[in-house]
Design a protein around this ligand. Structure first.
Ligand SMILES: Cc1ncc(C[n+]2csc(CCOP(=O)(O)OP(=O)(O)O)c2C)c(N)n1
Length: 563
């Protein structure tokens, strides 16, 4: 009950219970883009302000796709479930791009949407605008059902707490992922009693499969681990296992730091000859370990898949061979493996030492090549830019990369300091994810490295507004090559000798004339520079970092880098 200014008691409405249930289940924020379905939510937030009820902090985001990206970034910082609420079917439609990214990245999100009022007259909250007829759908959740684990519509107001509890439970159950709730105005504004509820446990490996894999590791001549995304605890465990057993690690299409760059077993990002030579490949939390049309392990090579969901059951087609599946979170699996492998290594010591020596030599060659590739040239190459970012911005900078950063050249030593757009590849993710990370971890220095195409997809006016309005100073670095490089490369990879090749694949890939991104962002209050000369780059990066870290101001570098 809340008390009105006239002393009258107000019964709690379902929207208040909804917000409190979100907070009770660990949602610190509700990223919102509202509409005519929101009056009960607005009322509930205002009541909470008055009564000091614990509810998520409301974060207004003027585009739904950016709101979902922010939730993604906040989760990567906090590990806690996130919540977004949007306007009925049309707002839901605008979330789908980043919802695809977040779904493939297994981020537990409560995506809530209003639903047009169910009734045409009579009930409190009934239809009051013509659009509320047009916005009704036969199956609103059908738009997102392929991307969410569960969906539910509030029909009985008293169920709202249980509905949030169930939604969080499903979202947090491994493998994690988004769920979708629909909240029509009438039940959301109805009076009721209150909620509360549970949490889901991580997945542990079967000891027998771990024993088999430990046996295989101990007996292997040329083992290899390929991974894509790991939590910080798993990075440490992987570092220990790879070091102890001299197993090279490839981070294929990585979405997190998988191993510190300087780790002696970090062999970069392409499976290449290592996979073609291997006699044991451990595919660790990795959906696509190699590109079947380019390479594959040799016949007779043992292949083990270790992941929360080693079968990637939500992928319609995926047929990498497998001799063993270990269904477990990576940290639990690696820790169990380290224990199980040790007693089996006595007979393997000489073999491991010989392999370590071979790999050390190979690493020397690799490092020399990397130094050569990122050397300063006449123009700013993406390799040089990536190295300068890694070296100048410091090891604590948390980088959100939407494609252009060359991971080979950007040293990342600490787990949790690099994240990349997921395999769904929905452009328009990085800027929002970086803003969400800054919100959830305000004391960190957050950097978004974006292609000029990706930056435009991110809805930059909205992003810079969010940065200013919610006081979220981050550094955005635009890799400006005035083109969709990826589209051009794809065209040339198929039609280099076709007519498209004659114009260098520029058709549909050209972004000239490039807008003055720096001037536009400056008009929205950012510290900005346009950087064209390689010699200017380190100082420009330092000034931009200082503007963000010391000046607490958002910054943008428009770096001209032809590629
Ligand atoms: C929402 C969405 N639309 C289109 C694409 C297809 N796409 C993939 S990469 C790319 C170009 C990216 O250009 P940019 O960010 O400038 O990076 P570059 O390729 O030049 O390094 C496009 C359009 C996509 N991934 N997502």
């Amino acid at each position: 009950m809340a008390v009105t200014p006239t002393g009258r008691e107000r019964p709690t409405i379902a929207a208040e219970a909804f917000l409190r249930a979100l907070a009770d289940h660990g949602a610190d924020y509700l990223f919102v883009n509202p509409g005519t379905d929101f009056p009960p939510i607005v009322e509930a937030f205002d009541r909470a302000k008055k009564t000091n009820a614990r509810v998520p902090k409301p974060v207004l985001v003027p585009h739904e796709n950016l709101a979902v990206a922010m939730a993604h970034g906040a989760y990567l910082m906090s590990g806690r479930p996130q919540a977004v609420m949007v306007h009925v079917n049309v707002g839901t439609a605008n979330t789908i791009n980043n919802l695809a990214n977040l779904s493939r990245d297994r981020v537990p999100l409560i995506l809530a949407a209003g639903r047009t009022p169910l009734t045409e007259k009579g009930a409190f909250g009934t239809r009051s605008r013509p659009i509320q007829w047009g916005q009704e759908m036969f199956d609103q959740a059908g738009m997102v059902r392929e991307l969410v684990k569960w969906d539910y519509e509030l029909r009985v107001p008293a169920q709202v707490g249980d509905m949030v509890a169930r939604g969080v439970e499903v979202a947090m159950a491994h493998p994690r992922g988004p769920v979708y709730l629909m909240l029509p105005r009438e039940p959301l504004s109805a009076p009721l009693t209150e909620p509360i509820a549970p949490a889901a446990a991580p997945v542990h490996p079967d000891p027998r499969t771990i024993a088999t894999l430990a046996e295989w590791i101990a007996g292997a001549e040329r083992p290899l681990i390929i991974t894509t995304v790991l939590a910080p605890a798993a990075v440490r465990a992987l570092g220990a296992l790879a070091e102890r057993c001299a197993i090279p690690v490839i981070a294929h299409s990585p979405r997190s730091v998988c191993l510190p760059s300087s780790h002696p077993m970090h062999f970069g990002f392409e499976p290449g000859t290592l996979v073609a030579d291997a006699d044991l490949v451990i595919v660790l939390e990795c959906d696509v370990p190699w590109m079947p049309h380019l390479q594959h392990p040799p016949a007779g090579c043992r292949i083990a898949h270790v992941a929360e969901d080693p079968f990637f059951v939500r992928y319609p087609m995926r047929s990498f061979p497998s001799d063993l599946s270990v269904q477990s979170g990576a940290t639990n699996a690696l820790e169990a493996l380290i224990e199980a492998v040790e007693p089996r290594l006595q007979m393997a010591d000489a073999r491991i030492a010989a392999r370590r020596a071979r790999l050390t030599e190979r690493m020397r060659t690799r490092r020399a090549q990397l130094t050569k590739d990122s050397a300063v040239g006449e123009r700013i190459s993406p390799e040089y830019l990536s190295r300068a970012i890694g070296e100048t911005l410091g090891e604590d900078a948390i980088i959100f990369n939407e494609y252009p950063l060359r991971a080979d050249h950007c040293p990342r030593e600490k787990p949790g300091t690099f994240f990349a757009v997921g395999n769904a590849g929905g452009l328009g993710w990085g800027f929002g994810a970086a803003l969400g990370a800054k919100l959830a971890a305000p004391d960190t220095f957050v950097v978004a490295t974006l292609g000029d195409g990706a930056y435009m997809f991110s809805n930059p006016t909205v992003g810079h507004w969010v940065s200013a309005a919610h006081n979220l100073p981050i550094l955005t670095i635009v890799f400006n090559n005035s083109r969709y490089g990826a589209v051009r490369r794809a065209t040339l990879s198929m039609f280099k000798d076709g007519v498209a090749g004659e114009s260098d694949g520029r058709m549909l890939a050209d972004l000239d004339p490039a807008p003055p991104y720096d001037e536009i962002a400056r008009a929205q209050g950012a510290y900005t520079e346009r950087v064209e000369k390689p010699s200017d780059l380190p100082d420009a990066l330092t000034r931009a970092r200082d503007a963000v870290v010391d000046g607490r101001r958002q910054a943008l570098l428009n770096v001209i880098t032809p590629y």
